[in-house]
Design a protein around this ligand. Structure first.
Ligand code: NAD
Length: 552
């Protein structure tokens, strides 16, 4: 199931036989994931009029209607709304005709006499998902952002044209389509998975695995490119990679998550390995998912290979402190920057978007430093309390209820409203594309510390700069995760464990050094912190590429 659990999908059924209309209505009634709402029309003219009103996600079309027959019904319908997926419903005698409609661009056909709830709902979901994928695979807003950021920085440093062309796209991509069983053992889901390696020059590649319903090749490629700059900025011996599965993990049981993960791991097994490409957690995945990937890989090769993933449980060779390393690193950088800005943390306020791994741990660490957390959010809601939220109560509530919705000691806001609250420190730690030209002018913080990847668009960056907001850009701000992943990989390859104190001390040193280099470049060249951080990373990569030369 790639669409988010509980999504409402509006189906337009164009069918003149009331018996079939009733049957389809009954089959779609009461489904929960997604929820289908049926709109009906008895002839093509009525159907086209209904489509013009908008809001239709998919059309179920009978080709034989009172005012139109055969393939013409499909062609007319498609010309009306080329981007809306169409599934044909056909009688047993007209299957050949329906197959022709599929050749002409319909997503699927269903035989009326064989209709069942599972096959009908699955066909409709897949039709919608496939259409969305076709539109969005490479053409993702995030990939465009990553490319534009790179081009801006490349132009400023006069990057070699050949290197620029090479780095604009990932070096290797793998797209897999694979099935996994749902818990009732009769249903099989088919999903898309990705593993993208942006740069193989620096050593093995490194990057997280994301489970989210919006994952696409473009999104994963953007994240892989940012990993390249992040690793280079931190002086880690890795190139960037990223992986993902297009699925909403919140709708899966633990067993389903395990089957999905093991199958995904075995599909990408030729790409990964401790000397090749090392996955780690990202949105929607955690240390348990890493443990399953490690186990699947180890079963295949016949011995335990802890170093094939990082961010796994400590008992399997995970680094102490890896789970909260992204947030710990972010808070080291906030503390260092606050000093420069003469911002007294114990008198500061913070707003945090996202209450998963990065968001909740950032709240915890800022709280420990005396920062007043006035608002937090997750996918369900945002909670605001100007007097300050109790972070232990928030953590307890989410541990019990999974989401923040219903948390009693604060006012509920939308995520959009929350981002615009006046505060000293704003931490986006959820999704990309949150601070855009639409809301940048209303962002009211002194320091923007990007826990999330790609939360700010280029246009918004300019507005933030004009407003004098200090930005800790994502490739610097959230690099604590990959840095401790590097420690974990080093420890696993040497079979040697470090103490938490050692991990944190080394983390702080690497991050603060990168912060100082970035700030020095920003001040020296009169450029913003994001561009300075990108240039630090890009120049290191370019130097390595030139040193290696071109094969053959
Ligand atoms: P997570 O899955 O643990 O948590 C994500 C949080 O975001 C959840 O609270 C979820 O409810 C919330 N969320 C999802 N959609 C939302 C929406 N539309 N509006 C508001 N909140 C929403 O993920 P995570 O590991 O904390 O990752 C968060 C961000 O940090 C991502 O951008 C990720 O790429 C980045 N990041 C994570 C790590 C890491 O080590 N986990 C490292 C570097 C960067």
């Amino acid at each position: 199931m790639n669409l988010a659990a509980g999504t409402l999908l509006r189906v337009l059924l164009i069918e003149d036989n009331p018996i079939h209309v009733r049957l389809i209505g009954e089959l779609l009634h009461g489904t929960k994931s997604p929820v289908f709402e049926l709109v009906t029309a008895a002839d093509l003219a009525d159907g086209m009029a209904r489509l013009r009103e908008g809001g239709i996600d998919v059309v179920l079309l009978d080709l034989t209607l009172p005012d139109s027959q055969d393939l013409e019904t499909f062609t007319r319908m498609r010309s009306q709304a080329p981007s809306v997926p169409i599934v044909i419903v056909t009688g047993q005698d007209d299957v050949k005709l329906a197959a022709k409609a599929v050749e002409a661009g319909a997503q699927d056909y269903l035989v009326k006499t064989q209709l069942q709830r599972a096959s009908l709902t699955r066909s409709l979901r897949y039709a919608i998902e496939r259409t969305r994928v076709r539109d969005a695979e490479w053409d993702s807003q995030m990939f465009r952002l990553a490319q534009r950021q790179f081009l801006k920085a490349a132009q400023l440093v006069g990057l070699d044209d050949n290197i620029r062309q090479r780095l604009l796209f990932p070096q290797r991509t793998l797209v897999v389509a694979f099935p996994f069983r749902r818990d009732d053992y009769t249903e099989v889901e088919n999903v898309f998975g990705y593993r993208v390696q942006h740069l193989l020059t620096m050593g093995p590649t490194k990057g997280g695995v994301r489970y989210h319903q919006d994952v696409s090749l473009g999104e994963v490629s953007a994240l892989a490119m940012w990993m390249t700059w992040k690793c280079a900025l931190m002086h880690l011996p890795f190139g960037g990679a990223k992986g993902g599965v297009r699925i909403d993990p919140t709708g899966l049981s633990r067993h389903e998550l395990q089957r999905l993960t093991r199958r995904y791991a075995s599909e990408i097994i030729s790409m990964i390995g401790p000397d090749k490409d090392i996955p780690a957690p990202d949105m929607g995945t955690d240390e348990q998912v890493m443990a399953w990937i490690m186990d699947t890989y180890s079963q295949q090769v016949g011995y335990s290979v802890p170093a094939v993933v990082t961010g796994k449980p400590v008992v399997l060779g995970g680094a102490r402190g890896r789970n909260e390393a992204t947030s710990r690193g972010l808070v080291f950088l906030i503390r260092e920057t606050a000093q420069d800005m003469r911002l007294k943390l114990e008198r500061s306020t913070a707003v945090i978007q996202g209450f998963g791994n990065v968001g909740s741990n950032t709240a915890r660490f800022l709280d420990e430093l005396g920062v007043k957390i006035i608002a937090v959010s997750d996918v369900s809601t945002a909670i605001y309390n100007p007097a300050g939220l109790s972070v232990p109560s928030l953590l307890k509530f989410v541990a019990e209820h999974r989401f923040l919705q219903g948390f009693p000691n604060g006012e509920a806001l939308s995520n959009e409203q929350m981002l615009e609250l006046r505060c000293d420190i704003l931490v986006p730690a959820a999704m990309q594309n949150q601070i855009t030209i639409e809301n940048a002018d209303r962002i009211d913080c002194k320091l923007l510390a990007e826990g999330a990847n790609g939360p700010t668009t280029l246009e918004a960056d300019e507005v933030l700069n004009q407003k004098g907001i200090y930005v800790l850009p994502d490739i610097l701000a959230n690099a604590g995760g990959v840095t401790v992943s590097y420690f974990e990989w080093v420890q696993d390859t040497q079979n040697y464990m470090w103490s938490l104190e050692e991990v944190n001390a080394r983390l702080q040193k690497i991050l603060v050094d990168a912060l100082h280099r970035t700030r020095a470049r920003s001040e020296r060249d009169g450029i913003d912190m994001r561009t300075a951080a990108l240039i630090e990373g890009i120049e290191r990569v370019a130097e390595a590429k030139l040193a290696r030369g071109l094969f053959p």
